[in-house]
Ligand binder design. Sequence first.
Ligand code: ACO
Length: 409
Amino acid sequence: VGPDVIDIRKLYGQTGMFTYDPGFLSTASCQSAITYIDGDKGELLYRGYPIEQLATNCDFMETCHLLLYGNLPDAAGKEVFTKRVTNHTMVSEQMQFFLRGFRRDAHPMAIMTGLVGALSAFYHDSTDINNPEHREISAIRLIAKMPTLVAMAYKYSVGQPYMYPQNDLSYAGNFMRMMFATPCEEYKVNPIIERAMDRIFILHADHEQNASTSTVRLCGSSGTNPFAAIAAGVACLWGPAHGGANEACLNMLGEIQQMGGIAKVGHFMEQVKDKNSGVKLMGFGHRVYKNYDPRAKLMQETCKEVLGALGLENDPLFKLAMALEKIALEDEYFVSRKLYPNVDFYSGIVQRAIGIPVNMFTGVFALARTVGWIAQLNEMISDPEYKIGRPRQLFSGSVKRDVLPISKR
Ligand code: ACO
C-alpha cells in the first residue's frame, strides 16, 4: 500500500482496494501472451521470438501469422495464409464514393479513421465480435485491405487514379505499387526498398499495451464490431505522443535544418531542456523502454541500407538525426531520464527516402499495427472471463448540492 493506493472502504463503503494510477504507470490492464518488452534491457519479443531475428529471417506475412495464431508458419502454412490475405485485398467500389466526400487536403489519418470505420458498413456478415469465425474473417479482411485503403487515401490526396491491388506481388510490393504506380507507366518495385518496407511493417506490428492497442481492447470490450474497434485504434495512433511522432519527428528535423542544421543542434537542445519552451525531442523517450528501443536500432540500419540503395548516403536529415542522437546520449538531461531514440526517430527518414509523404507516415504505421490490434482483440475476446473495460475514477468534484431556481443562481 503506497501513497497512490486508497482504501476504497473510506471512499465508498465497499470492500477491496482502489488504485489510483493515472496513465497506467504501474497497473496492468490485462494478461497477454503476445508481446514481451523488457524496457531496461531494450528487448522486444513477439510470441517469444526476438524482434531482431524476425526482422532478419522472416517477412511480414510470417509475422502476421505468428501474432495471430501464436506460431511461425512452415512454407505450406505461409502459402495458405498469404493466399487468404491476397484474396481480400480489394475494397468495395462504393468506398471511393465515400472517400470523395472528404476534402483533398484532409489529413490522411482523418480519412483513415473514417474508411476503417466504414468497413463495418460493408461486411454485415462478420460484425459479431463474439463469434470466432466473424473475428477470423474480419482479421483477414482488415490485414488485406489496410494497404489498399492507405494507398487510396494517398492517391485521392494527390488527385491520381487509384491503383487496384496486384496479388502476385508481395504484401509490401503490392502496397508500394498501389502508392507509387500510375496506369500510364510501368512500375517496378525495387527489391531493397520492398524489403525495407516489409521490415518497417514487422517492426510496427505489435507493441503490447500501448495507447492505441489499449484503445482497441477497451472499445472491443463493449462488444462492438471489429472494424469499429480498429478504427478507434487508428484514431488513437494519430496523436503526436504515439504514432504521430514519426511525422512530428521529421517535421522537427526539417525545422532544425531550416534554422541552420547541425550548427544549430546545440541551440535546439537548450530549448528541449527548457521545460517552459514546450519543445520535445520527438522520437526520443518511451514509457516502457529505459534503454535503446531495439526497433530504433533496426530502423537505423534500414535507414542506412535504403539511403545507400538510393544514393542518398549524405542525406542531411539523417546526418542531423545522428548528430542529435550523439549529443542526447551524452547529455545529463537525457541520461538521467533514460531517454533514448524510439522507433519513430529514424522511421520518418526511411519512409521519406522511400517516397512516402510525411503526412502518410502514421497511416503506414496504422497499416502495420492492424495485425497487432487484431491479435490483442482476439486474445481478449477469446478469454472466457473477459469483461467490459470500465476504469474507475477518483472523484474530486463538488459534494451533493441542490439545484436552485434559475432566478436565484
Ligand atoms: N524530449 C524531452 N524531454 C522528454 C522527452 C522528449 N522526447 N520525453 C520525455 N521527456 C522528459 C519529460 O519532460 C519528463 O521530464 P521530468 O521528469 O523532468 O518531468 C521525463 O522525461 C519523463 O517523461 P514523461 O513524459 O513523464 O514520460 P512518459 O512515459 O509519460 O512519456 C512519451 C513517454 C510520451 C513517449 C514521451 O517520452 C514523449 O513525449 N516523447 C516524444 C514523443 C514520441 O517520440 N513518441 C513516440 C513514442 S513511441 C510510439 O508511440 C511508437
